[in-house]
Design a protein around this ligand. Structure first.
Ligand code: P6P
Length: 341
């Protein structure tokens, strides 16, 4: 049996590689790990306890019906950040505005965290995988002051760390600090995330594509042309690509990271900016994608180059294997040239 490396041990080893590291980011990552274990426990028992399954009765800023577990997870992560001492403020999918922490210790925190506490939560009642997504920035405002919206609205290229937790057939935590991507699987018997997927690389291509094709008739012609290409029988294999769409972003993204693929949530005539949120869905997964060899774009520019204008802004999202995203981008450019021509 090979040596078991826990997430805590991995984080501390990585910190040792950076002489100027002072430990704050390590402590923050460990706090996220702890909160994720608690959320995993609650997700796994959701079907057993009426008090945590089903709708909370509220509607969040997105206009989406809040699930009880959404609120439980949101409150848990906020408490973990507020009392961990490393975070001066947060932005959450479940909260209308950003939340600067007002206790003296938190005001000294170096970081802000943007997160979606439980993405895909409408899938809880049908026992489909869901996830937590997080994005960490260094604050721009002075230590000791109250966190500002400017601290929150930073380009994805400024992220110091990002990752996700997938509550699936097993619970996995996948993250990057800009030095590659590593995946950890929760071993419930010891209560530890253990290194299971070292140095993850997204395959450059695959025969998989992931899109809610209910949007196909109202999205960019270039995307329509790419999906048509995927659906054509390839003479070399005698079959088309396979469509795979779970309807839970973290699960669909994780499959692309492991097996390759392309995930498309386009702008449409009715919703030109699509559905997914830049700050706590698209940016963190874009960081993971790029660090593992993939690409993330809005169809025109690199996701992590987008200057954010609001906390919950939505962007069209195309993320996945390098060759597949490049091929789709070519389809978009060709369609635009024909439209102009
Ligand atoms: P649709 C879940 O609400 C979510 O934000 C993502 O997890 C998921 O990929 C997407 O929306 C599904 O959206 O419109 O296909 O139901």
């Amino acid at each position: 049996m090979s040596k078991v490396t826990t997430l805590h041990e991995f984080i501390m080893n990585r910190q040792a590689e950076f002489p100027f590291a002072t430990g704050e980011l390590s402590r923050l990552l460990n706090d996220i790990s702890t909160a994720s274990k608690i959320v995993s426990r609650d997700v796994r028992r959701a079907g057993l306890f009426e008090d945590i399954i089903g709708a909370e009765g509220g509607v969040n800023v997105q206009g989406e019906e809040q699930q009880k577990l959404d609120v439980i997870a949101d409150e848990l992560f906020i408490k973990m950040f507020q009392y961990g001492g490393e975070v001066c403020g947060i932005g959450s999918e479940e909260n209308d505005d950003y939340l600067p922490f007002d206790n003296e210790q938190s005001k000294k925190g170096k970081y802000v965290v943007l997160f979606d506490p439980l993405d895909g939560s409408s899938n809880i009642d049908v026992n489909v995988s869901i996830g937590t997504i997080f994005s960490i920035f260094r604050r721009k405002s002075d230590a000791g002051s109250t966190a500002t919206m400017e601290d929150m609205l930073q380009k994805g290229s400024e992220q110091v760390a990002a990752g996700y937790v997938l509550y699936g057939s097993s619970t996995m935590l996948v993250y990057t600090t800009g030095h590659g991507v590593n995946g950890f699987t929760l071993d419930p018997s010891i209560g530890e995330f253990c290194l299971s997927h070292p140095d993850m690389k997204m395959p450059e291509k695959s025969r998989l594509y992931s899109m809610n094709e209910g949007n196909i008739d109202v999205c960019h012609p270039g995307i329509q042309n790419y999906v048509k290409y995927c659906q054509e029988t390839d003479p070399s294999t005698g079959r088309p690509y396979s469509g795979r769409y779970i309807g839970s972003l973290v699960a669909d993204f994780h499959r692309s990271l492991i097996k390759g693929g392309i995930y498309i949530y386009p702008g449409t005539e009715q919703n030109p900016n699509g559905k997914l949120r830049l700050m706590y869905e698209c940016n963190p997964l874009a960081f993971i994608a790029e660090q593992s060899g993939g690409i993330a774009t809005n169809g025109k520019e690199r996701i992590m180059d987008i200057s954010p204008s609001s906390l919950h802004q939505r962007v069209p999202y195309i993320v996945g294997s390098k060759e597949q995203v490049e091929q789709l981008m070519n389809c978009i450019q060709e369609a635009d040239a024909q439209h102009v021509g």
